[in-house]
Every structure is written in structure tokens, then in C-alpha cells.
Design a protein around this ligand. Sequence first.
Ligand SMILES: Cc1cc2nc3c(=O)[nH]c(=O)nc-3n(C[C@H](O)[C@H](O)[C@H](O)COP(=O)(O)OP(=O)(O)OC[C@H]3O[C@@H](n4cnc5c(N)ncnc54)[C@H](O)[C@@H]3O)c2cc1C
Length: 508
Amino acid sequence: MEWQLSTDVVVIGAGAAGLAAAVSARDHGAAVIVVEENFDIGGHAMLSGGRVHLGGGNALQKKFGIKDSPDQIFADWVNHKRGDSRYNDRDLVRAFADECEPTFQFLLDNGVTFIEKPIVTPDASTVPRVFVTHEWHIPGEVIAPRRNRNGSGLVRRLAESARRKGARILLKHEMKEIVRGNGKAARVLGIVAQADGKDIAIEARKGIVIATGGHTGNVNFRRMFDPRLTEEYQQAGLPYSFQGADGELAAMDVGASLWATGTQTSEVGPAITKTRHVGTRWGYLSLYFELDSPIFHLCKATGLTVTDWQEAILVNQFGKRFWNELDSSYDFINAALGNHGDTTKLNGGGPLWAIFDADAVARQKWKPKPPHVDPDGYFASADTIFELAGRIKNPYQKQPISGAVLQETVNRYNSFVVSGADTDFNKPTPLHPIAKPPFYAAWATPILHDSLTGLRTDIHAQVIDTRGEAIPGLYCAGESQGGFAQHGLGRCLVFGRIAGRHAAQRNS
Ligand SMILES: Cc1cc2nc3c(=O)[nH]c(=O)nc-3n(C[C@H](O)[C@H](O)[C@H](O)COP(=O)(O)OP(=O)(O)OC[C@H]3O[C@@H](n4cnc5c(N)ncnc54)[C@H](O)[C@@H]3O)c2cc1C
């Protein structure tokens, strides 16, 4: 192979795990190149709320008198009574538990600052362990300004530190392939990335860290775990940061194994969530992109925030209600992903539409016009329900909704408002009829959020092959790593730091 660039450690992806790996590898004396496919660093972590889940007796826990220890973290995250802990790989949880406090200190040492207020105990944790980073101070560099995207402070500080320490971050460089020597015990040699349509081969003398963020955006890959997840679903992080399972696929091409795949479908944690911002292609729960976001041209609309699902009904691609709109549990998700009697497309539930009227718009103070909604396939309005059905046109809506069916759905729902009881789906006391024109239909399809499974690694974050052997020089951290179904930044930062350190300490 002819290498255009050469370094000790190549990190693929400049998000939470990749930046931690880059800094950690530099701290241990390795030369580092990070390749990042996006135009800027940060990945999902840039858009995150910056709620960092690390405990073990860290400096801020001590300041607030919160008693915690690695043993307590371990006990919490292997608790057989909880779905988010039951299936975790005990070896990985032990490594995580032992490295939480040093990772928190590592963040402080690299300029990350935190709001000094512990967050109520989340997920499996039995003591408060979450502290929130400060948002980055330059609004134009926050990507989603004024939406409390505190994770921007985390990744901007880590990128600043990585560069100051001498790591090279190559933006708009997409990893296409991991190159491995011949033979079962051969180590990985480098990667091929693409920039401006040209291939660039980068040698990794010591190791390669996969930190590409997971698989939510790859339809074929995500359907390995759940065949219902066909192309229509929204993905958290878009349209900023795409997660296409590139790291997983490139590693599997050189022999890597997946791990603890059942965690993706165990119906705990935010693998799939209901949306709260409707009428835009990329909805979310707590985030939308304002007009001055540097990526607003990609989103095209902010969306309308539904603060109360009494304001709308949700219908499927046939114009029929399918569940109690007030529910956000996996019962709702399973109903949304059901087949609904589609004989042409057996997998996936198809698009969902929020249907509401002018009174709901007034109560919610919505502005149902561009740039708040996207009429190019994700929002429609009309003076009658019948007409509205005909105006719902979307790439994922395979057949037109029948006006008669949608009218019947609305009539029936309105009768529940009069009688005070939803005899179809038990929505508690339906409050508002859908009666005052104009009428509206807004895209409200569920969102794929976390990758909770990925590549098998050992406690050093070394990738393991399908026969249980480490692939020499290959590492993985973040949402592309399997075996520990914890939501978010905590495990990504811990294993990123472990991966960078171990790769740097390898003999070439
Ligand atoms: C809106 C939102 C809010 C969230 N809030 C929180 C929160 O408050 N607390 C919390 O703990 N977690 C939160 N999360 C989850 C958290 O952000 C992620 O779990 C975390 O960022 C994952 O880290 P990662 O390094 O695995 O991936 P990312 O941070 O997404 O980074 C992956 C990077 O790899 C790059 N990449 C992908 N493929 C390639 C390729 N082929 N070549 C080169 N580069 C590539 C991507 O462009 C990206 O920059 C949130 C997520 C979202 C979307």
C-alpha cells in the first residue's frame, strides 16, 4: 500500500468518543490524525444537552457531598432487575466504573467546564452522577443556537485541546476502508479516506480507533436488529451528523464481531422515541434548529412544538388512529411501527401524521407557515378534512390517504370528545374536537435515537473478531461499541479515553 499520510494513531470520527481518544493518545505520546466526514467536529455530541454521566466520586460529586464509588457504579449497571443493566457485559461495566472518575478529571484537565449542579439520578444510577457542561460561548459555532445545546462546550473544548496538543483533525475526510495485513493474527495497517472525491491512504503505525457514532442512519444495518426499521424513520442528530454504521461495516470487513445485540431491542432507553416537533423532516424531543442555525438550509423548517398531545391526533399512512396519543412508552412505539394492514409494504409502520385544526394552532400559538413548517412533503393544510387528505404527499407515503377515511377518523374522535371517552384507544378524556378550519397535517414519524449495540471489544476497547480474538491495533468506542447499553456521553468518553491510551501504548 502506498500511504499518502502516516501517523501513530488514526481516529475515525471527531465526536465525543473520537475527541477523547485523540487527546488521550496525544497525552501518551502518539502522533494522531483524526478523520471527520462532516464540515465541522462534534457529531451527535455537538447537539447534545451536555449531560455527562460520570460518577465514581468525581470532583463535583465530592463538592456536593454525594457519596459514590466505582463499586457502586458497577452494582448499578449490572442490576438484573433493570432492563438497561441486565444485558451489559460485566467486564466492560467494571472497566467503565473504574475509569469514570479519572475521565471526569481528564475532562476538567482539558478545559471542559461544568455547571455546578447535580442532575436528578438518571437511568440505572442510584446516586446523582450527571453534571452538565457549559454551552460553547460563540453562538455561530453552536450549530443549534439558543436550544441549550450544552454538549457544544464539551466537544469544542476537547477539539481545542486536541489541536493544542498537536493532533491533526482532517475535516470532510470520510473513512471508506480499514486496511489489515494478511493472516489471522495480522494487525490493522491504516485506512483509506476520501476527500474531494480523491482517496487518501493514511498509515496507522500503532492503531486505529473507530468512533463513528453508531448505525441509526443505515437502513440495512439497523434492520439486522429490528426488521421494522425501514427507510421512513427520522434520525436524531440529522441533518447535522449522519451515523451510517461506517465503522462497524469497515471493521466487520476485517473480521470484527458485534456484541450484545439484544440491547438494541430490549425496549429500555431511547433507542426509538416519539417526536415532539412536527411538520419538519427532522423533528426531535427537545431540539429544533432556529433560523440562524448554520445548517438551517438543510432543515428547511423549525417544526411546531407539541406541548400537549391533546392538541392533535396521530394517524397512520391510511388516515387511521392507531394508539393513545398521550402515551410515549414502547407500547406507543410498537403500535407506530406496526404493519397497519399494509399489503404492499409488510415491514415498518409508514409515515405518521399529526392532524389538528385552527383552534389547536391558536391555543399552541403555532405559526403554521414556512419557515416553521416544510410544505415540501412534511406539512399540508386545507379548508376541509377531505381536501387535507388529498394534499398529504410525501416520498414515504406510498398511497394517498382516502379523504373519506380521514373524515371518518376525525368524526369518530370528535364523538369521543363529546362522550368524554375514547373507546378505541383509551386516550384519557379527549379534550378538543378537530372542527375549525383550516385543518393541518404535520409529519410526526418516530425518531431513531441511540445505537445501543455495536462492535465487540475487550476492556481496553480492542475490537474482537468473530472467533473471540483481538484484532491487533483496532479499537472502538462510543455508540459504535456494543456491550454496554448506557445512553449517551459517559461511556463514549470513558472508552474513547481508554482506546486512545491503549493504542498509543502499543508497540508498532
Ligand atoms: C439531540 C441529542 C441530544 C443528546 N443529549 C445527550 C445528553 O444530554 N447527554 C448524553 O449523555 N447524551 C446525549 N446524546 C447522545 C450523545 O450525544 C451520543 O451518545 C454521543 O455523542 C455519541 O458519541 P460518539 O462519539 O459515539 O458519536 P458522535 O458524537 O456522533 O461522533 C461520531 C462522529 O463520527 C463521524 N463519522 C461517521 N462516519 C464517519 C466516516 N466514515 N468517516 C469519518 N467520520 C465519520 C460523524 O460525522 C461524527 O462527527 C444526545 C444525542 C442527540 C442527537
